[in-house]
Design a protein around this ligand. Structure first.
Ligand code: HEM
Length: 429
C-alpha cells in the first residue's frame, strides 16, 4: 500500500514484454508469444478505439440486455424444475456469449451445457484453461528445471490453448467465407462485428493488417481475462448474500423500490441502486478476481517507508490487493461482509471509496494507465446480472449447505473463484 500511495507514477507502467498478452509473463506454465512488435502496438490501438471505446459500450447495450434476459429465463426454467442453480457456470456462459456476440456475432457457449467442464465445448476448454493456469508450478520456484516441465502443466496448457485456438480459428474462417459470399469481394457484411474491424485494419507498419496468429492470440486473451472474472464476482456476491440474508433482503427491497413492478433491470437503474453498488464493492474487497493484479515493473529506483526499503529499477512488483482488502488497519472488521461500510449515511469511513483506480485501498481493476481497459463493461455486466438475479428470484441455500455450512474456500486459477462452485436454490418471484 505504501508503494502505491507514494510512488504510483513509478508503478503505472508495465514494461514487461508487452502486457497485452496477459498470459505471457505470468508463470512458467505459459506459452510465450512474441508480443512486443509494432503489430501488437497497433492491435492495442485498434482495441482501444473499437472494442473498449465508450461508443461501443453504448451501442452494445441491447446485446447485454438480451444476454442477461437469456440468463434469467434459463434460471427460471431450472428453478421451476426444483434443481439448484450453478451460478458461476451460467454467468460464465452468459459473459462468454456477450463477448462472442460482440466479436463474432454469434453465441459460442450453451447455458444448457450442464457439464461445463467438458473439454469439447468452448466454455469447457476455457474453464479448464483458467483453472490450470493458476496451478502451483514447481518451475516458477526452480527455473532451472522449467524446461523439463516436471508436472506437465505447461504441456497441458499448450494442448488446451491449441484447442481454443482451433475453435477461434474456425470462427475466423467462417467469417471470411461469409464475407466472400455476401459481398463477393471480401468486404464485411452490413452487420460489422469486432472481428471485421480487425480483419479490415490496415494501420500496421507494413499496411498488411494483422496476421492470423496475432488475431488468435488477442481473441484468446480477451476470452480468458474477460469472462470468469465477472462470473466469479457474481457468484461470490450470491454466496455472501446467502450467508447474510439481511443484506440480501435489503438489496431486494431496494430493487423493488427502484423498479416497482417492472420485471427487467435496465443499465440506467444501476446508478440508483446504491445498496447493490455497495454489495459489489464489498465483494471486490473480499474476493478480488485478480488477487495479485498483473505483474508490474518499477520504472525508477524508488525509496519507500522513509528510505527503509529500496525498490531497484526493473524490480518486478506484485501488488497483493487481496491482502489490502483484508487489512484491519484500513477496514474495520475486515472478515465481515458489510456493504453498509460504503454507504454515506452508515459509513464507517469508506463512503465514497470506489474501485475505479483512484482509491488505492480498493483496486480490483488495478490503477494507472495499465488498469483493466474493460472496467466499464465489467461494471455494467456484474451489476446487471446480480441485480436481475436478485430482483427475479428468492435465493436460499441447499439443505446440505444449511447443515454443513457453505464452503467459501478459494481456488486460485487465472482468477480467484470459489473452490466449490455455489449451488443455490432459487424461487421465481
Ligand atoms: C470483474 C471483472 C474484471 C476484473 C476484476 C478485471 C481485473 C483486471 C486487472 C486487475 C487487470 C490488471 C491491471 C493491472 O495490473 O494494473 C486487468 C487487465 C486486463 N483486463 Fe480486466 N478485469 C475484468 C474484466 C475484464 C473484461 C470483461 C475484459 C475484456 C473483455 C478485460 C480485459 C482486460 C485486458 C485486455 C487486460 C490487460 C490490459 C493491459 O495489459 O494493458 N477485463 N483486468
Amino acid at each position: 500500500r505504501d508503494v502505491l500511495h507514494r510512488h504510483d507514477a513509478a508503478l503505472s507502467g508495465r514494461s514487461l514484454p508487452d502486457a497485452t498478452h496477459v498470459f505471457a509473463h505470468y508463470t512458467h506454465s505459459m506459452v510465450w508469444h512474441p508480443t512486443s512488435s509494432p503489430r501488437w502496438r497497433a492491435l492495442r490501438k485498434v482495441c482501444s478505439a473499437e472494442l473498449f471505446a465508450p461508443h461501443r459500450l453504448t451501442t452494445n447495450q441491447s446485446l447485454r440486455r438480451d444476454k442477461v434476459w437469456q440468463l434469467v429465463s434459463h434460471v427460471e426454467r431450472v428453478a421451476y424444475s426444483g434443481m439448484p442453480i450453478a451460478v458461476r457456470r451460467l454467468t460464465f456462459a452468459t459473459v462468454i456469449n456477450l463477448l462472442s456476440s460482440t466479436i463474432f456475432s454469434a453465441d459460442v457457449a450453451n447455458l444448457d451445457d450442464c457439464k461445463g467442464s467438458s473439454e469439447s465445448s468452448f466454455q469447457g476448454v476455457l474453464a479448464e484453461v483458467i483453472a490450470t493456469v493458476g496451478l502451483p508450478n514447481m518451475s516458477d520456484f526452480f527455473p532451472e528445471i522449467a524446461r523439463f516441465d516436471p508436472q506437465g502443466i505447461r504441456r497441458r496448457i499448450k494442448g488446451l490453448f491449441q484447442r481454443l485456438h482451433d475453435m477461434i480459428d474456425d470462427r475466423i474462417e467462417l467469417r471470411l467465407r461469409e464475407r466472400a459470399t455476401t459481398a463477393g469481394n471480401g468486404e464485411p457484411p452490413a452487420n460489422k462485428n469486432f472481428l471485421d474491424v480487425l480483419l479490415d485494419y490496415r494501420g500496421t507498419d507494413d499496411g498488411k493488417g494483422f496476421d492470423r496468429q496475432t488475431l488468435l492470440t488477442l481473441l484468446l486473451d480477451l476470452f480468458s481475462v474477460g469472462t470468469d472474472t465477472s462470473a466469479a464476482t457474481v457468484e461470490w456476491a450470491i454466496a455472501e448474500l446467502l450467508l447474510y440474508p439481511k443484506s440480501m433482503a435489503r438489496a431486494q427491497s431496494e430493487l423493488a423500490q427502484v423498479l416497482g413492478s417492472r420485471p427487467e433491470v435496465e443499465e440506467s437503474d444501476i446508478d440508483k441502486l446504491k445498496y447493490l453498488q455497495a454489495i459489489v464493492k464489498e465483494t471486490f474487497r473480499i474476493h478480488p478476481p485478480a488477487p495479485l493484479l498483473l505483474p508490474h515493473e518499477a520504472k525508477d529506483t524508488t525509496q519507500i517507508q522513509d528510505g527503509r526499503y529500496t525498490v531497484p529499477l526493473g524490480t518486478r512488483i506484485v501488488v497483493n490487493v487481496w491482502a489490502i482488502g483484508r487489512d484491519g488497519e484500513v477496514w474495520p472488521e475486515p472478515e465481515k461482509f458489510m456493504p453498509e461500510r460504503f454507504l454515506e449515511e452508515e459509513s464507517s469511513g469508506a463512503a465514497g471509496v470506489d474501485f475505479r483506480g483512484r482509491d488505492l485501498e480498493l483496486l480490483p481493476f488495478g490503477s494507472g494507465r495499465r488498469m483493466c481497459p474493460e472496467m466499464p463493461l465489467a461494471h455494467r455486466m456484474v451489476h446487471l446480472m446480480l441485480a436481475s438475479l436478485l430482483h427475479r428470484f428468492e435465493w436460499r441455500m441447499r439443505p446440505e449447505d444449511v447443515k454443513n455450512g457453505l464452503d467459501m474456500s478459494e481456488r486460485v486459477g487465472l482468477n480467484l473463484a470459489m473452490a466449490k462452485p455455489v449451488q443455490a436454490m432459487a424461487t421465481p418471484v
